[in-house]
Ligand binder design. Sequence first.
Ligand code: GTP
Ligand code: SPV
Ligand code: MN
Length: 588
Amino acid sequence: MKPINLFINEMKDLFKCKNVYFMNGSENETKELLDIAQRSVFDDKVILKKLNHNEYPNSYYHRSNINDVARTEHLTYVCTKNIEQAGPNNNWMEPNEAKKKMLKLFSNSMNNRTMYVIPFTMGMYESEYAKDCIQITDSVYVALSMKIMTRVGNKTIDRIGDSSNFFRGIHSVGTLNPSERYIMHFPEENLVMSFGSGYGGNALLGKKSYALRIGSYLGYKEGWLAEHMFIIGVESPNGKITYFLGAFPSACGKTNVAMLKFVFKGYKVWTLGDDIAWLNVGKDGNLYAINPETGFFGVAPGINYKTNQIIMETLKNNKFLPTLFTNTAIDNDNNVPWWEGLSDKIPLNLTDWKGEKYFKDSNKTAAHPNSRFTVSIYNCPTLSKEYYNPKGVPISGIIFGGRRKDTIPLVFETNDWNNGVFMASTVGSEITAASSGDIGNVRRDPMAMLPFCGYNMGDYFQHWLNIGNKIKNKPKIFIVNWFRKDENGKHMWPGFGDNSRIIKWMIDRIDGNVDVKKSEIGLLPNILDLNLDGLEIGKNILEKLFSIDRQSWIKEISMIEEFYSKFGNKIPKELQANLLKLKNKIQN
Ligand code: GTP
Ligand code: SPV
Ligand code: MN
């Protein structure tokens, strides 16, 4: 028997499902799944509710369990044979112990349910970087979401053929009991087991579990990088397109930059990806990036026609697959989704994300802060034609950032690749609602990969340095912080569309049109080189946005030292040397 069929039979025996739904990727299948989801009740709720299709074509609403609204990092494990390989950045469990635990939870857990078999490919079928996968799930919401987010269909089955070389993702929502929730990764076996959650990165196993955690491990072994990054091309008035990658931690602005609208005439952003990039060094010595996904799973709150017109158009321009809204509020008068920031006026007849009537004066938000839309990338009006290029696009700039109310300037350029890797390895960010944890606390989140690096981060940093040695035309590396606040706790930079002013400066740097000011931490822009036409921003605010406060940096360095010390001698010497240099400069 073919390995695929062996695997599916094994799953049937394990889960004792009522029936099997083998997905083929057809349009008809989408209709069938939508029908099933609108007819079925799970967790006391109808799984999908049709929204007003005049306002939001082909859109549906889903409410998840109130205990299941974000990734649960403390229940996410990397199970390698030895603990050092997983590193202090991961929870670790011995693989046999982890499997025993999971098999017990999985056993009979689909008794009265349908088991969906989802064959999917990450990346263009034509791409030599594409990877074939099979996910098992008992959630029709997950099955539909996977269809939006990845290439689902028979083609994957044909590609796998008689081979046993495919990713196995095994998922069951179980009873949604948080005390029985685990997401276990077995990088050495190309396998993930997930139980007890139906939400986002916990359940759509092609995304964080495969494309990042397993992907980063494969990249380490095979000589490439799997990154938590958007990919964009920026067209300048002269027609040249400059490609950027950007890594910000969860809920720190990637999707918004991916669909950014420039405030200057003649410039245009072409979208390639908003969350995941697979990077390879080409034969020509350039760094190339592909987006292995086919959809956006984006944060709803904050989005409106002013902050991001292109995202709104993507949500309204529904031509292809359905769009799902999860844990937003519902405006009952119009049967449309609503979230904080969508309109100034709060609709009168609002049901909140928990399903309760929402009162305007309550301290709670109507939409969950991590409420999201799942939408096909093909609906995006700014989708780049290079999205379809199996080789990917050649990168000229890499942007790293975090959410910091202080310390980190609006933008600076790093001195060179290795110094850029060092700076990226030190990025800190306030924890957001995208993961359950101490929201607001600053933690180190190197390359925005802390929750997603499937192996020891010390080895990961060395891998970044090694990749750099292979790149002939090294991209410039920039650090940004859209989130610096004043004494009153107000963001000093308007952000969103105005971030294009900063990206324009980066293009000017890449093209060699403007100079920089050297500072202790890196290369700062000359304020006069930033085009701030039409923006009302005081000179003193601008100065504050770029100020380097010695005391804050002394604290910052001690936090970096504390983080590095967890990795012992795994931290590359090159990065230790950079840290020492920075410390000397700050102290002198
Ligand atoms: P993940 O999907 O979790 O990986 O998040 P992301 O990095 O794609 O973040 P996203 O673009 O969805 O933005 C997250 C939140 O930050 C949303 O509530 C946005 O409205 C808000 N946001 C995005 N860009 C900016 C900005 O430039 N300034 C400010 N103040 N807020 C922003
Ligand atoms: C993130 O948290 O970085 C996300 C959402 O993109 S999830 O798919 O849940 O990981
Ligand atoms: Mn993300």
